[in-house]
Design a protein around this ligand. Structure first.
Ligand code: MTE
Ligand code: MO
Length: 429
């Protein structure tokens, strides 16, 4: 192989606002940055030899930012809303910029946000959690009470059941932020729900379900089976080492690992123990899956195995023929990821991708595969397999069973088409 063939190709990121196109100035800056990464020559050499101002002056004093923020040069790495997707800004969603992130942890300021009645700002001193129903001793806990109980920290993804919902019938949105960005992963800290259920002496014979209720204007309520509640469900107050963000349910939320996001009730104020499901609004009118025969599936809790390539991905452009690391995320609501296959020819041939440690149950797993782009059109796909042996389906296979009106639980294989000009498009094959 010649040197040129081994070089890593340059990539132009998506303007990400297919909604707000960047100014020509910003485009020029991008071009310069990417040129800087190539072999030094001409103006790039001159710029590189010039001692920059930050090497000749004192920087800001320590403590200048008591709560640190990202570099102003990272201003494009933000959550985005999809105009027109929802009729109000209070019952809406802001998507995580998956294309800009590394590893598996979502920074707190970028965790996707999905609210049904806006985001309340709750005073933790006034907040209470009540546990009632089939229990020996109903109790009301203050945040102080909860913070004194034994805690655990666990890394889990949260994915909205409606993630990728726009893509059931046809290609709808151009970039991975919008196709898959109702997905985030954090280290959650809190009390196991089983600890609290023991504390109130729940009725082991009769308890079959719990109801979780939020303190927001939506009073969002969801039924959770008792087996899950006693297994790994968390009553969480911590998110990546600090208190929950208001967007994520400050000061208290449920985290139901592996289950569609709506069950992870934010601003949690009450848990009731019962012997049958409650059939609340969010498990009848919404979050049921309309099947082709007109029947609806109800209580489809689990987020099945899924994956997506985050780079190269929709809206980006490959500027060179050369080496490109293909990378993305895989996850399963049933446990660990066992394997991720990657295809560059629309699923005819597959290669096994490298999985990056750690590989945790019900958490995002980062995968990677080296690829040489020859300049020919390509169809990039990833296909995840979880530890139960379940294989992520093609969109056609999923449609055969589910039709196109399901809204929720679209875990189909995503295809990114690279055209002869290196532009990456969202396509379905
Ligand atoms: N109380 C309450 N809990 C809630 C919601 C809500 O609107 N109110 N939205 C749910 C939905 S549909 C999802 S997908 C997740 C999103 O969690 P996040 O906003 O922290 O990403 O929260 C769930 N919990
Ligand atoms: Mo959701």
């Amino acid at each position: 192989m010649t040197q040129e063939k081994q070089a890593f190709g340059r990539i132009e990121l998506a303007p990400e606002g297919h909604l707000q196109l960047p100014s020509p100035g910003r485009r020029r800056a991008l071009k310069w940055l990417f040129a800087g990464g190539a072999a030094l020559g001409g103006t790039a050499t001159a710029q590189a030899l010039d001692v920059p101002v930050w090497s000749k002056t004192l920087g800001k004093p320590v403590g200048a930012d008591p709560y640190g923020r990202p570099s102003p040069f990272e201003a494009d790495t933000v959550r985005r809303i999809s105009p027109g997707l929802t009729t109000t800004e209070h019952s809406s969603v802001a998507f995580t910029p998956l294309q800009n992130l590394f590893g598996i942890i979502t920074p707190n300021g970028l965790h996707f946000e999905r609210n049904h009645a806006g985001r309340p700002d709750i005073d933790p001193h006034q907040h209470r959690l009540m546990i009632n129903g089939l229990v020996r001793q109903p109790k009301i806990y203050s945040m102080d009470d909860l913070l004194r109980l034994p805690s655990v920290s666990r890394i889990h993804f949260i994915e909205c059941g409606a993630n990728t919902a726009m893509e059931w019938g046809n290609v709808a949105v151009p970039t991975v932020q919008y196709t898959h960005g109702m997905l985030s992963c954090a280290e959650w800290t809190g009390v196991l729900l089983s600890t609290l259920l023991d504390d109130v002496g729940f009725d082991r014979k009769r308890a079959r379900f719990i109801l979780a209720e939020g303190a927001d204007g939506a009073s969002l309520t969801r039924t959770v089976p008792i087996e899950m509640a006693l297994d790994d469900v968390l009553v969480a107050y911590g998110q990546n080492g600090e208190m929950l963000r208001p967007e994520q349910g400050y000061p208290l939320r449920l985290v139901v690992p592996g289950v569609q996001g709506v069950s992870s009730v934010k601003w949690l104020r009450r848990i009731e123990v019962g012997d049958q499901p409650w059939h609340t609004r969010e498990e009848t009118l919404h979050y049921s899956d309309l099947m082709p025969d007109g029947m609806s599936r109800q209580f489809t809790w689990i987020q099945e195995c899924k994956s997506v390539i985050t780079s190269p991905s929709g809206g980006q452009r490959l500027l060179d023929r050369g080496r490109y690391p293909i990378t993305g995320l895989a996850w399963s609501g049933r446990g660990r990821i066992r394997r991720v296959d990657v295809s560059v020819d629309g699923g005819r041939n597959w290669r096994i991708a490298e999985l990056q440690e750690p590989i945790l149950p019900k958490a995002l797993t980062r995968f990677r595969l080296d690829w040489h782009w020859t300049g020919e059109p390509a169809l990039l796909q990833s296909r995840a397999v979880d530890e139960t042996g379940y294989v992520q389906p093609k969109i056609r296979q999923l449609r055969e069973v589910r039709g196109t009106r399901s809204i929720y639980h679209n875990n189909a294989i995503q295809t990114w088409q690279v055209d002869a000009q290196g532009r990456v498009h969202n396509v379905q094959v």
